[in-house]
Design a protein around this ligand. Structure first.
Ligand code: KIV
Length: 298
């Protein structure tokens, strides 16, 4: 089917800001949900302008923007900083703030305070990782009237416990456990659940077992929606970086940006930048007064 930016915006009837209850209601609909990450105002404008339903200010910021090897290095204050930048773009899409590692693991009070920090920065919902063992945290945040998105399967904050970035739910027990986690999160009140890196059959079982939308990343097409990381889908990656198989690249922006800056470097070195049109000129009268005859050369 042909697409245009306008058609994408119409598809989610761009009239009012997207809310968590509106996302939950989409479980009944037949148009898949779309979420893309963003970490600052320009990327928020890009994804919102493209018509996404949700913007995830993911803790993936640690890896794709801040250059860390995993997501464990960012704090709630770091996340609030990026949520604020995204929110200041005033997107129509729901802004989901990712609770970082150790922000919901210590105590109920701490968890609620950290979730509130992201809401005060501009998030309309928060996301946390983990299944049944996170139900207390989910309930505490919901008690503070903050919508919560769950995240199960490959949970990058558990990288050390999982032993790497690996597909989850490949064995029968693990698959059953994922379904039980999803049911528990849905029953606790999550308005949507991210399913990361699980076989498509498992994603289908989870999706069919719960009354809230599943948002897949590396989970195949049997989910109620899909999410990708901004820098992955736009091709911001070192040339030697092998993207995971679930990433579809729609542009090569790292290459395009490098080529553009290389042209600027060449123009400066060849003295062809700046041109006269790109320059503020003194009046002839002032140039004369300073003895700079010919300063307004074209
Ligand atoms: O932080 C993130 O970008 C995420 C997505 C991969 C779902 O959690």
């Amino acid at each position: 089917m042909p697409w245009t930016v306008e058609a994408n915006q119409m598809a989610n009837s761009r009239t009012a800001a997207v809310t968590a209850p509106a996302i939950l209601a989409r479980k009944q609909g037949d148009i898949p949900l779309v979420m893309v990450t963003a970490y600052d105002a320009p990327s928020a404008r890009v994804v919102d302008g493209a018509g996404v339903d949700m913007i995830l200010v993911g803790d993936s910021v640690a890896m794709v923007v801040l250059g860390y090897e995993n997501t464990l290095q960012v704090t709630t204050d770091d996340m609030a900083h990026h949520v604020g930048a995204v929110a200041r773009a005033r997107p129509r899409a729901l802004v989901v703030g990712d609770l970082p590692w150790m922000s919901y693991h210590v105590s109920r009070d701490d968890t609620v305070r950290n979730a509130a920090k992201l809401v005060r920065a501009g998030a309309g919902a928060v996301k946390l990782e983990g299944g049944r063992k996170r139900i207390d945290a989910v309930q505490a945040i919901l008690d503070a009237e903050i919508p919560v998105m769950g995240h199960i399967g490959l949970t990058p904050q558990s990288i050390h416990a999982l032993g790497g970035f690996k597909v989850q739910g490949k064995q029968l027990d693990a698959a059953r456990s994922l379904v039980e986690d999803a049911v528990a999160l849905a029953e606790a009140g999550c308005f949507a659940i991210v399913l990361e890196c699980v076989p498509d059959g498992v994603a289908r079982m989870v999706t069919d077992s719960i009354p809230v939308p599943t948002i897949g990343i590396g989970a195949g097409r049997h989910c109620d929606g899909q999410v990708l990381v901004y820098h992955d889908l736009l091709g911001f990656a070192a040339p030697d970086h092998r993207a995971p198989k679930f990433v579809r690249r729609y542009a090569s922006q790292e290459l395009e940006a490098t080529e553009a800056v290389a042209r600027f470097v060449a123009d400066v070195r060849a003295a062809s930048f700046p041109s006269s049109d790109e320059t503020y000129h003194m009046t002839d009268q002032m140039a004369d007064a300073f003895g700079l005859y010919g300063a307004t050369v074209t």
